[in-house]
Design a protein around this ligand. Structure first.
Ligand code: MIG
Length: 802
């Protein structure tokens, strides 16, 4: 590892003057006097890729992070030349390269400087391993703030921090610990109302310094590989995040049950205990869609085996749970026990699929099963083999989802808690050591598992989850924040980490609700549920050795309160599902931090307690013990208190009451929020109607509703329904225009509409310009409710004449 002091002083090499440049297709390549190559690719008008090679050569161009399906294209690509600068122009940015020293500066079209090299690209030769330490240094602008970087358990704004990326199993991690489970070398800079992103596509251990060592410099460097980064222009943070997420890919739609409430523990066994657990949920009318099998379901922790004493008939158990409306999710670990009676081990050995040390011996390490070898998931043949191992577990036994753990990879009782650096990997035919493959390992394991679950769950959709991941891994898997602790600080961390992951391309994420290590009080558990219901992935999980963490373990009051909140999540499923669709299609994060929502509001730069769930719900969970409320910052706009419809004008902080049974939740005015009735699990009932909660606004607001069959692949053949509702409110009338795309026919015929804040009693109603009697619409003036047919283009409601 190199420290920053070395970065400053020892052996740094620089490119020198530009000698020549040539352009070809969408790229320009510069060569300097010191034989440095810089290739700039214009991928979109707003995305430029910068790649530096030393000794006049580039490495093979290969990336696990970039989504090969992403379509690029630009409107403009021009080059201007003068003795001092070569300038690349697109329809969004101007990139100026200095002929004297290869330094880069990027401007918007109004000539506002967005990003500029400080020392620029430099490197240091690495004699021990070969190759270089590759380094970049940029000038930080006045008042610049930084966001992103995946799962870092630290304050949301990264200004002043120095952080590195090296996937690490951190049991019961503490706040501000640096290296955690995931490596997402992507950050967003924001200054003078302009956002841009940097994605450093390098899988070696990398380092980021946001004005920590030097007040006005941002640096990123890696311990090998190439300086290979993408510059993503905003100017809105929303543009940056969507572009980054497109670049590295989005997943397919998950089965809707994966968005339900899940209950896990290390571990539920034997079989009877799971069936009791399931029965309890139903008996207590606490919604739940999935239960989890942690490592104890296996025979001696051997993946793809069962402990037959505790689980004599897994297929039958899974079926019985399914009849009660529960999906079963099972864990797998990468360590394969060294045991010649174990077929997975024998096969791996025969096929030569296990990782080896530099001089040939197998990579041997202790994990749960004892001494293990580890599949090299960076080898495509190994991934295929691993995928096929799910034939029985998923295809025959009926496990519906798989959870990938310990894939940082974690090794017990060794320094560094992982593989030694000399371990060899295939890296899809780019043979390398663990220095390069380490941060990728977990992602490739999750990818292999995904392929297997997808294949054997067909025609249903797969559900997959991982602890370790790398940029782009969101294409294959959901994730969680790992081994947290049942403390108030960790509740705050869960909130911050999940928001951070959402703007780092990985929206499908959540925390172990209640905390993994130690035991929460009933109060902490309740507050955590109040946060967790807004996380895209919503699961209670705990280590199991500190008491029970089922919702009924904390007494009647906690059970009743948490049930109300989980009920709310189930009611909001169509809303969450729509947000998921927008994530899949447009790369829009499911949770939006306030700075993402309104980057012009400097009050948001250091706030992360509040966030926007989907597009129109503002949540601000209580994160402190004994709170009867808290101060909430409201971003611009007007907001309705979810509990009492009180209206608040944003742009300020105000106190909001929140005794234990309440959590501050607000809805944006003009919003149309789709809701299901409460169900005990997804698709328990066939919907007879859909609820629409409409929050009156004197003005316009657009809402979206995405629907499909909740599972399967028909939606990819056009059998989805995407509705846009345009709300237009006046003092004495309301218009709602509906537009529908897609061929999916929803099972219900009517919409049960409920107005909030409607400033008048309805006197007349028109559907598609024809007057309809209010009796027929079952209008109830007291509750402002109406029942309207789902098919309309324009609903027009007029104030009653007095
Ligand atoms: O060394 O499978 O983060 O969720 O319950 C612990 C047992 C291994 C770590 C995971 C946790 C899981 C546990 N695992």
């Amino acid at each position: 590892m190199i420290t920053s002091t070395e970065l400053e002083t020892k052996g740094n090499l620089f490119p020198g003057q530009i000698k020549e440049f040539r352009f070809e297709g969408n790229s320009v390549t510069f060569t300097t006097e010191n034989n440095v190559l810089l290739k700039i690719d214009v991928l979109r008008d707003s995305i430029l890729r910068f790649r530096y090679g030393t000794d006049g050569i580039f490495e093979n161009d290969f990336s696990y992070a970039i989504d090969k399906e992403t379509i690029h294209g630009f409107n403009k690509f021009e080059i201007q030349e003068n003795p001092s600068f070569i300038t690349i122009l697109t329809s969004k940015v101007k990139c100026r390269i200095s002929t004297r020293d290869l330094k880069v500066a990027i401007y918007d079209l109004q000539n506002k400087l967005i990003l500029e090299d400080e020392a620029g690209f430099h490197w240091q030769e690495n004699f021990e391993y070969g190759g270089n330490y590759v380094k970049m240094s940029k000038t930080s602008m006045d008042g610049e703030n930084f966001f992103g970087l995946g799962d870092k358990p630290t304050s949301f704004n990264l200004k002043g921090k120095k952080l590195s990326l090296w996937n690490t199993d951190q049991f019961a991690y503490s706040k501000d610990v640096d290296e955690l489970y995931k490596a997402v070398p992507f950050y967003i800079g924001l200054h003078s109302n302009t956002s841009y992103g940097i994605f450093f596509d390098n899988s070696f251990r990398s380092h980021f310094d946001f004005c920590h060592e030097k007040r006005n410099a941002v640096r990123f460097w890696a311990e090998g590989g190439e300086m290979d980064y993408y510059f993503i222009y905003g100017p809105q943070m929303a543009d940056v995040v969507s572009s980054y997420t497109h670049l590295t890919g989005t997943p397919d739609m998950p089965p809707m049950w994966a968005l339900g409430f899940h209950q896990s523990k290390w571990s539920y066994f034997p079989e009877e205990r799971l069936s009791e657990l399931a029965d309890n949920f139903r008996k207590l009318k606490f919604p739940c869609d999935a239960v989890y099998l942690d490592i104890d379901y296996m025979d001696g922790f051997r993946c793809f085996t069962w402990n037959r004493e505790h689980f004599p008939n897994p297929k039958q158990m899974v079926e019985k749970l399914e009849e009660k409306g529960f999906k079963t999710v099972a864990i797998v670990d990468p360590g394969i026990r060294i045991d010649s009676n174990y077929d997975v081990y024998r096969e791996g050995l025969e096929k030569d699929y296990f990782c080896k040390r530099a001089d040939g011996p197998y990579m041997r390490g202790k994990v749960w099963p004892g001494e293990c070898y580890f599949p090299d998931y960076t080898n495509p043949a190994v991934r295929e083999w691993w995928a096929d191992l799910f034939k029985e577990l998923v295809g025959e036994i009926g496990i519906k989802g798989v959870w990938n753990d310990m894939n940082e990879p974690a090794v017990m009782e060794v320094p560094g808690k992982t593989f030694p650096l000399d371990v060899r990997h295939d890296y899809d035919d780019n043979a390398c050591s663990h220095r390069k493959a380490h941060n990728i390992y977990g992602m490739q394991m999750a990818r292999a598992t995904y392929e297997g679950v997808k294949k054997y769950a067909f025609p249903k959709r797969p559900f997959n989850m991982t602890r370790a991941n790398f940029a782009g891994g969101q294409r294959f898997t959901s994730t969680w924040t790992g081994d947290n602790v049942a403390t108030w600080e960790h509740l705050w961390l869960a909130n911050t980490q999940v928001q951070r992951l959402c703007i780092s391309g990985m929206s499908f994420t959540g925390s172990d609700i209640g905390g993994f290590a130690e035991q929460p009080s009933g109060e902490l558990f309740t507050r955590w549920i109040q946060l967790g219901i807004f996380h895209p992935f919503c699961r209670v999980h705990s280590s199991g050795d500190h008491g029970n963490q089922e919702p009924w373990s904390f007494g009647e009051e906690v059970l009743n309160i948490t049930r109300e909140f989980v009920n709310l999540r189930y009611q909001l499923l169509p809303y969450l599902y729509t947000a998921f669709y927008q994530y899949v299609e447009e790369g829009i994060p499911i949770l939006k931090p306030l700075v993402y929502f309104d980057q012009e509001d400097a009050h948001t730069y250091y706030r992360s307690d509040e966030f926007i769930f989907g597009n129109q719900i503002l949540a601000c969970p209580i994160q402190d013990i004994n709170s009867l409320g808290r101060r909430v910052y409201f971003p611009k706009g007007r907001w309705y208190n979810f509990w009492n419809d009180e209206q608040i004008v944003g742009g300020k902080e105000i106190w909001v009451d929140a005794p234990l049974e309440k959590s501050p939740i607000f809805v944006k005015e003009g919003a149309i929020i789709p809701k299901f009735p409460v169900q005990q699990y997804v698709d328990e009932i066939v919907l007879k109607e859909l609820y629409l909660d409409i929050y009156y606004k004197n003005g316009n607001e657009t809402s979206v509703l995405y629907e499909d069959a909740h599972d399967g692949y028909d939606y990819k053949k056009g059998r989805y329904s995407l509705k846009t509702f345009k709300f237009r409110g006046r003092a004495s009338e309301v218009f709602i225009q509906q537009h529908k795309d897609g061929k999916y026919l929803t099972p219900y015929e009517h919409l049960q509409v409920r107005f909030h804040g409607l400033p008048f009693k309805i006197g007349k109603a028109f559907i598609d310009t024809e007057e309809v009697s209010l009796v027929q619409l079952e209008y109830d003036p007291e509750y402002s409710t109406l029942k309207i047919p789902k098919k309309f283009e324009l609903l027009h409601l007029v104030r009653e004449k007095t």
